[in-house]
Design a protein around this ligand. Structure first.
Ligand SMILES: CC(C)(COP(=O)([O-])OP(=O)([O-])OC[C@H]1O[C@@H](n2cnc3c(N)ncnc32)[C@H](O)[C@@H]1OP(=O)([O-])[O-])[C@@H](O)C(=O)NCCC(=O)NCCSC(=O)C[C@@](C)(O)CC(=O)[O-]
Length: 379
């Protein structure tokens, strides 16, 4: 008999990097570290830790050395089942990552000129050259390299992106040694039909599906639909961010990444394994939204958090409220009468257990029942 394996996806949590990079208020390093620690405890096995970029451009992540030098992060880095990429734009970033024992980096280029110039201050061609150089040095240091191509559907300065420009960047990154390339809808402009068209186009031009990941921002509320469409086209790796945080200073108006909680909820409901504990992820979403004083953009996360709070409130109330503690009031064979707390004026519950000889002794049993209820009738 053919054994069917359970379908699974890999989720790349980009919250500590993409999720935080565009937040203006300074976030304490301790909060970022706690975020990483809690994310790992949910079962996520790929977490982008931070970026090593110009602190003038991304001041929020200027503490990247403190993150990478922290003992808890070092301990995570020593776990062989975890992938903990760090975003780097150039050799300087790679050097700092190497000094801190990073085992995986992510390089990033744009398919479009406008965003490339704004984001990394170079042309697309120069960006490719830099990424190639960084990747080749990384490989020499035994560091795995993931790649991003931004603006797969549109650029904030140049408008719609030609698919051929995306193809070129994907091929360049794979040729440079990236084990996987994440397709970034930086502005969140794409919808499922764009996703299908682009993936089909890439595949028909010899890009292996297994080398692609999806990175969808939720500006127009299409991110979940885009993930699902990409899944149905054959993608199995998706980037997401806790509480739907995310954004880039050069993608004005774009909203956060697809929320990790929504993604995991959707996949689990479809019988697709993620390896992630959804209830822990939900708690995490609530926690980080509180820490940052921001709304939690995960719809499933918010809804599940409300339900779980209501359930634990009800549980707590039941165990504390004396009127809901049930005592045996009287007991005869086959009949137990319970009462809530000390107040017997309202009979809230009657637990009846029929005698094993119910048929033969039914008249006796009925009489016993009536007697007890009459004795205990509310006044
Ligand atoms: C690429 C540069 C550095 C070019 O910026 P530049 O000004 O051309 O670089 P430079 O080499 O002239 O250096 C300028 C200053 O930055 C410093 N510097 C230079 N490199 C580093 C480094 N690695 N780490 C720390 N510091 C660095 C360097 O030392 C110098 O400092 P100064 O001497 O003036 O004090 C800059 O434009 C930059 O850092 N850009 C990064 C922007 C960024 O992080 N954007 C967000 C991430 S991309 C994204 O979100 C999209 C993605 C990936 O999520 C997918 C998607 O959604 O599409």
């Amino acid at each position: 008999m053919e054994v069917q394996s359970i379908p699974s996806v890999r989720i790349v949590e980009v919250g500590p990097r993409d999720g935080l990079q565009n937040i203006q208020e300074s976030i304490p390093t301790a909060t970022k570290l706690e975020l990483i620690r809690r994310l790992e405890s949910t079962g996520l096995n790929t977490i982008e830790l931070t970026s090593v970029v110009s602190p003038r451009v991304i001041p929020q992540l200027a503490d990247c050395r403190d993150i990478l030098g922290d003992s808890m992060v070092k301990q995570l880095m020593s776990k062989s089942h975890l992938r903990l990429p760090v975003l780097v734009p150039n050799v300087k970033g790679l050097d700092i990552a190497v000094q801190h024992g990073v085992k995986e980096i992510a390089v990033f280029i744009s398919a479009t000129e406008g965003f490339s110039k704004a984001n990394i201050n170079c042309t697309v061609e120069q960006g490719i050259e830099r990424a190639r150089n960084v990747a080749s040095l990384a490989w020499k240091s035994n560091i795995a390299v993931r790649g991003y191509v931004s603006c797969i559907f549109a650029d904030p300065y140049n408008g719609p992106t030609p698919p051929a420009a995306v193809l070129r960047c994907v091929k360049e990154l794979l040729g440079a040694g990236c084990y996987e390339v994440s397709l970034g809808d930086t502005l969140g402009k794409g919808s499922p039909s764009n996703v299908r068209t682009l993936i089909n186009y890439l595949v028909s031009n010899d890009v292996p599906l297994g080398k692609l990941a999806g990175h969808f921002h939720n500006t127009n509320g299409q991110a979940m639909a885009n993930v699902w469409e990409a899944y149905n086209c054959g993608l199995r790796v998706f980037d997401s961010s806790i509480a739907g945080l995310g954004g880039c200073p050069f993608a004005k108006g774009a909203k956060g990444n697809v929320a990790s909680g929504d993604l995991v909820y959707m996949f689990h409901n479809a019988g697709i394994r993620t390896g992630i504990d959804l209830s822990k992820l939900v708690e995490m979403g609530v926690w980080i939204a509180e820490q940052l004083s921001r709304p939690n953009s995960s719809r499933a996360g918010t809804a599940l958090a409300v339900t779980s709070k209501a359930m634990s409130n009800a549980k707590g109330k039941h165990s504390q409220d004396p009127s809901l503690q049930w005592d045996a009031a009287s007991q005869t064979e086959g009949l137990q009468l319970c009462r809530p707390g000390g107040n017997f004026q309202i009979v809230k519950h009657l637990a009846l257990s029929l005698p094993s000889t119910a048929n033969s002794s039914a008249p006796d049993w009925n009489a016993s029942c009536a007697r007890q209820l009459n004795q205990r009738r509310p006044v």
